[in-house]
Design a protein around this ligand. Structure first.
Ligand code: PMP
Length: 406
């Protein structure tokens, strides 16, 4: 407990001390993006001021400095998710690009018209639309794992979806709407029984608890830096080396080639084969700094803190008349989606904003999930490592006050 000193943690995030509309900011939109600690901003500023040059091809001092930082970031990411090799870590712009990369390369390399991908009811649009694009371009079909009323995937029904045409399963580890923590290890185990690889959308898991890709045994994993206290515009795809070796490149350009002539081009070794163009090498350094910051706090401590907040907030919200919380999985992460009576989510969000409370409203890029729940949207509070019990109290008081206005 002593290690987790919330006051000193919050001092790393000056934005948390600002006011909005003359009220102290209560930032509960961490599922959309997190605030950045000073150490991340300092690291990026330091690189721009002292070591800025394009990476990989430069013989000069600054280019080598920047390259060292960029490649050190790859190693930090590799250790953070416990991948086996730096070759398994591809830098992208975020989760969305990561899923598009795998969808595009995997379909091109391993899917024929009529082949199938399995996703789930609760997926973010970024794990639905890329497959629909592939369906239109390559004639693949999409199968969907159903969900029960607690907001848990029905794995026995998933088992029924596998056919001889199933080529890939792509599911989220944590729902950005319900907070459900899906049993990825078990999903991977079952998929592998059918010889089918699994892609995991880790956008909402990496910031909240320890992820070990070797323990999960997933074949691909992707996440965004900006949801894990790192900068915007950078993310990661992990892939087992044996898979990444076999997949065709995603984009073409500089950095990803070995030799180019107009007759024939050969591609670079991993991981560069998947990294066309100048990467955001300052952002990768910022991301590594953020992951080091998380490690210094301890992912287990962060998880314990956020779970306490989530449990406390859930109990308190339930005392409000007409409260409906969505998602009752026993294994639930730092997200609470709710509605109160007939109050529209947008009205609730707008009025909470006037009290200085930042929440998200709407469909949360999960319209098929909203359809399953029979609603058009929710109000979502999502917690980060710096939120406090006092903030939860103010948030609940805010929801109570707004509810009383209707
Ligand atoms: N998947 C999930 C579960 C998410 O919550 C998000 C972000 N809301 C994404 C994917 C997309 O992430 P990004 O916009 O950073 O690419």
């Amino acid at each position: 407990k002593d290690m987790y000193n919330i006051t000193s943690i919050r001092s790393e995030f000056p934005i948390l001390s600002r006011q909005v509309y003359g009220k102290p900011l209560i930032y509960l939109d961490n599922g959309a993006t997190t605030q950045k600690p000073l150490c991340v901003l300092d690291a990026m500023r330091h690189e721009y001021l002292n070591a800025n040059a394009n990476v990989h091809r430069g013989v000069h001092y600054l280019s080598q400095k920047a390259t060292d930082l960029h490649e050190a970031a790859r190693t930090t990411v590799r250790k953070f998710i416990n991948a086996q090799s730096d070759n398994e870590i591809i830098f992208t712009r975020g989760t969305t690009e990561g899923i598009n990369l795998i969808a595009s390369s995997f379909c091109e390399g391993f899917m024929q018209p009529g082949d199938e991908v399995i996703i789930s009811t609760m997926e973010h649009h970024s794990n639905i639309v890329p497959w629909q694009l592939m369906a239109a371009r390559h004639g693949i079909a999409i199968r969907v794992i159903p969900m029960d009323d607690n907001g848990e995937l029905i794995l026995d029904e998933m088992d029924q979806l596998f056919t001889s045409r199933t080529k890939l399963v792509s599911v989220m580890q944590v729902s950005n709407v319900l907070g459900t923590v899906n049993p990825i290890k078990e999903i991977v185990r079952r998929a592998h029984l059918h010889g089918v690889p699994v892609l995991v959308d880790g956008a909402q898991s990496v910031p909240h608890f320890k992820v070990d890709v070797q323990d999960l045994d997933c074949d691909f994993f992707t996440f965004s830096g900006h949801k894990a206290y790192g900068p915007t515009g950078v993310g990661v795809v992990y892939g087992k080396e044996e898979w990444l070796e076999k997949l065709p490149p995603y984009q073409g350009g500089g950095e990803m080639i070995a030799t180019v002539s107009f007759e024939k081009t050969t591609f670079a070794e991993l991981p560069f084969k998947f990294e066309a163009g100048t990467p955001d090498y300052v952002a990768t350094h910022g991301l590594a700094t953020a992951l080091d910051f998380l490690s210094s706090l301890g992912m287990d401590n962060i998880q314990r803190h956020e779970q306490e907040l989530t449990r406390y907030a859930t109990e308190q919200l339930k005392t409000i008349d007409g409260m409906r919380i969505f998602g009752h999985s026993i294994d639930k992460d730092a997200v609470i989606s709710f509605l109160v009576g007939d109050i529209h989510h947008l009205d609730m969000g707008t009025l909470l904003d006037r009290l200085g409370i930042a929440v998200r409203t709407g469909h949360h890029c999960a319209q098929p999930l909203m359809a399953r729940l029979g609603i058009s949207g929710t109000v979502r509070a999502s917690f980060g490592l710096y939120n406090t019990r006092e903030e939860v109290d103010a948030f609940v008081a805010g929801v109570r006050r707004v509810s009383a206005m209707f």
